[in-house]
Design a protein around this ligand. Structure first.
Ligand SMILES: C[S@@+](CC[C@H](N)C(=O)[O-])C[C@H]1O[C@@H](n2cnc3c(N)ncnc32)[C@H](O)[C@@H]1O
Length: 279
């Protein structure tokens, strides 16, 4: 596959972002723990869609997953995941107890990954990947593909940009579309975007990494109605919806000043989607 924007962002990506550290990671870890508890002693298989540098691959392994198929369209990201996983699996604690395959593949046709069998995964993860796909059609297709890969009763956790991040915050009109991980550019004339106004169109997003460096990439926003239509249209039931946010009281004194504006507003939206048993 051709080099992607993400191939150039791997070093910075490993450092994480302030908002992820305080908001996304605790939520996802709690969901993985609950999922593992519900499984009891039964083995479980995970599909990590758009795994990046393996942030969540490692966390499901720590939670007790027996097998993970981690894939991403960026070869550099897949290599990063593979290195992290090899190190983890060779640590004394997990030697020989879990298996991970790391492959270069696209979310839009993951059911074609050689060796990956449809209807065999207990859990699929898709964290900040849908907003990086190239079109609405690709997002819709990804839900359909992931649905095929899950067992009946299997779950998909999707973590995405919150739809209200379409707009700037009313109390900070001078700051364009600020979140607790970064910001997106305003319209060319400097005014704010309205809800629905640029749905699905690429917009440059600047993300501030904990390393202090800014990384830039195009991202797309979708309305709540689009998300629900795609999820339900693929056949899923929505079994939980969370709007994680950073409580302003929890903002560390040494956090960058701009992150304080994003605190107290939803940072993301996390859908738990279940493939019905009767499917
Ligand atoms: C913001 S990163 C998130 C990575 C990881 N899920 C995490 O939470 O750390 C987005 C990832 O989506 C990947 N990506 C973009 N388009 C993709 C596609 N069509 N199929 C699979 N991965 C894709 C990028 O290469 C990048 O690694």
């Amino acid at each position: 596959m051709a080099e992607t924007t993400w191939d150039k962002l791997t070093n910075d990506f490993n450092t994480g972002t302030w908002g992820h550290t305080f908001c996304q990671i605790p939520l996802m870890e709690a969901k993985f723990k609950k999922f593992a508890e519900e499984r009891g002693d039964a083995p479980w298989k995970v599909l990590d869609v758009g795994c990046g540098m393996g942030k969540h691959t490692l966390r499901v392994l720590k939670a007790g997953a027996d097998y993970v198929l981690a894939f991403d369209v960026s070869k550099s990201m897949v290599d990063g995941t593979k290195m992290a996983v090899d190190e983890f699996l060779h640590s004394e604690a997990r030697q020989g107890s879990a298996k991970v395959d790391c492959v270069v593949a696209s979310a839009t046709n993951c059911s074609s990954i050689p060796g990956a069998q449809e209807g065999t995964f207990d859990l699929a993860l898709c964290v900040y990947v849908m907003c990086n796909l190239q079109s609405k059609e690709e997002v819709k297709q990804t839900f359909v593909e992931v649905f095929k890969m899950l067992k009946p009763g299997g779950k998909l956790f999707v973590y995405e940009t919150h739809p209200i991040k379409y707009m700037s915050w009313d109390d900070k009109p001078d700051i364009p579309l600020l979140t607790s991980i970064g910001w997106a550019d305003p319209k060319e004339d400097g005014t704010r975007w309205g809800y629905f106004e640029d749905e699905g169109k690429p917009r440059e997003f600047t993300m501030m990494m904990n390393s202090g460096r800014e990384i830039k990439f195009p991202t797309r926003n979708y309305s709540l109605s689009s998300w629900v239509s795609w999820i339900v249209g693929a056949g899923f039931h929505i079994t939980e919806l969370k709007e994680p946010y950073v409580n302003p009281k929890d903002v560390p004194a040494d956090a960058p000043e701009w992150t304080k504006y994003g605190a107290g507003k939803p940072m993301g939206i996390c859908w738990e989607c279940t493939k019905p048993l009767s499917h």
